[in-house]
Design a protein. Structure first.
Length: 472
């Protein structure tokens, strides 16, 4: 007999069908037993005898044949798709056994490290699975909008010969007899391809060797990047706003069940006026006036500043997102375009969502000589950038772009405590699937390497020592 998906049993009342899936729960009442069987489409209540089900327990994978029956009115479960029906089993076949579970995976009242230690199992939890259905929809919406606006998708290399972003937070690798790096960003490649297609995007893994273990950093994450020829630098901001609005609309339309399950709502976007746009120095002035905290000479917003300006945006503009623009030239990469009216600041921006940066973007320098000058000014060797510079040496339109951090968007929309909850298989200083301290017992690399301005935050939020365990 051909398999029937559980969600389709509602269309087969009075028929004998075969279903298969995992035992989500088992309830014995004397000689009668009730199974909640789970497959990719939903959950079905199965009625059988205790003898028929034998030793089968949670997470056994079963094949069951039986008669689909209408449930009595008083027994209807409105919380599941198949709540109006149940199956009366005629045969049960065990396709795969399961060992005794290490904990109850239905409520998962445990710490985040344990959730990650048992990731192949805990991903089966309904709420955790819902996180990634929502994340999938975010990528679908991102791709759909950009395709509608004439962008060409490409796949960016993961191995690069030059550090695009500057700084030391790179993973060096041995590439045959040469030195190379894992890509921090697809930046150079998307800029090059603007010289071919004018509008391009990629959804790709990127790597940051940041010496910190915090709730908002990963060593490997998914970057949703786009680059485009422009007439004005605000074209870039406008495109970001279109994407964000589409993501929110699509999530409400396609993932209402998952949002409800997680108790999440999409962010407010400022109504007809849209997401507010404010220069960084103006944001710092507002923060000073609201809190008395004077960071007006700092080159960036710190985490507390990001949270405060988001509070302002929600209170004054009805938006839980805000564009912060015009960051200092010296704090941005060499290819960032300086504001012609104030060259100490750039035509660049970050998008903050509910207190956390989720996007960085801006106009790029498209003039070959200026790029060459900046490469030297930033202390780099032009020879290392010859491949990249070809695109500008032979003509490049005014252009710019942006990058969304997929895990960060997911985290902020769903109100997750830790970025690792928004990654299927997170990588950080202490984990590659298994904890590195277990695989290679020795002093933790994180313990030795946590330095600089992240040190204070890391001590508060370091996963192994967290005072408030993160759970779903």
């Amino acid at each position: 007999m051909k398999r029937t998906l559980i969600k389709d049993t509602v269309e087969n009342v009075g028929k004998t069908v075969m279903v298969s899936g995992w035992v989500n729960a088992r309830r014995d009442h004397g000689k009668i037993a009730f199974l909640d069987l789970r497959d990719r489409s939903g959950i079905l209540q199965v009625v059988c005898t205790s003898e028929m089900i034998g030793e089968a327990k949670d997470e056994y994978f079963l094949e069951i044949e039986g008669l689909v029956k209408q449930r009595p009115e008083r027994m209807i479960n409105k919380n599941i798709v198949t709540g109006t029906v149940e199956m009366e089993a005629t045969s049960i076949k065990v396709l795969s056994k399961a060992e005794v579970l290490p904990f109850n995976i239905r409520d998962l009242k445990t710490t985040l490290p344990t959730l990650l230690d048992f990731r192949p199992l805990t991903l089966r939890n309904e709420k955790i699975a819902a996180i990634f259905k929502i994340q999938e929809q975010i990528t679908i919406s991102f791709r759909r909008v950009l395709k509608e606006y004439g962008f060409t998708e490409f796949q960016s290399p993961a191995i690069v010969g030059t550090n695009a972003e500057g700084g030391a937070e790179v993973f060096p690798i041995k590439y045959y007899d040469y030195n190379a790096y894992l890509a921090q960003s697809p930046q150079f490649y998307k800029q090059i391809l603007v010289g071919v297609f004018e509008r391009v995007f990629t959804i790709t893994k990127v790597y940051r060797a940041e010496p910190s273990v915090t709730t908002r950093h990963l060593s490997e994450y998914i970057s949703m990047d786009a680059e485009m020829a422009i007439e004005s630098w605000t074209d870039i901001i406008d495109m970001c706003q279109i994407i964000i609005k589409a993501i929110c609309v699509d999530l409400e339309k396609e993932c209402g069940k998952e949002l409800m399950l997680l108790g999440a709502v999409v962010p407010k976007l400022g109504g007809e006026k849209g997401i507010p746009r404010i220069k960084m120095r103006d944001a710092q002035q507002i923060i000073f006036e609201r809190t008395g905290r004077d960071n007006r000479k700092e080159p960036d917003l710190n985490p507390d500043d990001e949270k405060e300006i988001c509070k302002w945006a929600e209170e004054k503009r009805g938006s839980e997102l805000v564009f912060i623009t015009h960051y200092p030239t010296k704090k941005r990469p060499f290819y960032t375009f300086a504001d012609p009216e104030d060259p100490d600041y750039t035509l660049s921006f970050d998008i903050l969502c509910r207190g956390l940066e989720i996007t960085t973007g801006g106009q790029r320098i498209n003039d070959y000589e200026k790029l060459l000058e900046n490469i030297k000014k930033w202390g780099n060797d032009p020879k290392s950038f010859e491949f990249y510079l070809q695109a500008f040496k032979y003509g490049m339109p005014p252009e710019g772009g942006f990058a969304f951090g997929l895990e960060r968007i997911t985290k902020q929309i769903l109100g997750l405590e830790n970025l690792r909850e928004a990654s299927f298989f997170p990588r950080d200083m202490e984990r590659i699937d298994q904890r590195l301290s277990v695989l290679q017992p020795k002093e933790s690399f994180a313990t030795k390497a946590i330095v600089g301005k992240e040190k204070k935050e890391t001590k508060k939020s370091k996963i192994k020592k967290t005072k408030k365990p993160s759970s779903v």
